[in-house]
Design a protein around this ligand. Sequence first.
Ligand code: APR
Length: 254
Amino acid sequence: MSRRRELCLDSLEQAAQALATSRAAVAFTGAGMSVESGIPDFRSAHGLWRTYPPDEYATMSAFSADPAKVWVMLRAMVGVLSAAEPNPGHQALAQLQRMGRLRRVITQNIDGLHRRAGSVDTIEVHGSTTGLHCPSCTLRDKRASIPTRGVPPCPRCGRAMKPPVVLFEEGLPPGAMGEAMRLADACDLMLVVGTSLAVYPVASLPDLAIRAGATIVEVNTEPGHLRREGAIELAGGAAQVLPLLIERALELAG
Ligand code: APR
């Protein structure tokens, strides 16, 4: 049976019609968006947090207490990202934006794959692995590369540096959440792709969109995280579903 047949066609058609008539669509993505690029998500059976429990490896308290231990997780994460390429799901969202039918991508992902697929002005609400950042004196060195070993000292204050990825107990990049909330509040459709909606404040964005009257289309191998009246749930992998959805929406839009 073709991939299209396996998907619930009614839901796919309903979502495509909503996307075809949308005038202010945004996408909100999580780790599931990049699983088909070879990057494990966090909370599924083989997720990163199964190997590196976040309270030990991914909080600012853990980083202050033992930066070398947190760097073990950071290097493992960055190592996986370096081999990853954008998948057809990333490319489909970039195409939708190029066609003028998607305003922006808001992503929780730090892998940079939306940018590499061609999405423009992506909002990376949980930071990225570009450069190094000093949580102590806030120095940011965008050109610095990830060292292969050890904990890089800040050239200004001497304390431990890390990539500018947001750890638990750490604030979001300045302005990112405000911009994301503005987009959620102004959208008429939100594609919610590959996220368990487990982490606030960003997990509140779909509800903000719903309060603004937007249609929600959830793409997830295990949909239902939203459980909101009227949300259209598309069960399947982002790299499979998004190209089908966007191809159909562009057909309908003419
Ligand atoms: N396509 C679509 N969805 C998928 C796929 C796939 N191929 N594979 C997995 N999923 C879904 C899972 O069912 C799950 O709902 O993606 C979601 C991934 O959830 P998490 O692992 O919790 O990742 P995410 O929602 O991005 O986590 C949010 O938590 O740990 C922090 O900072 C981290 O940004 C991250 C945040």
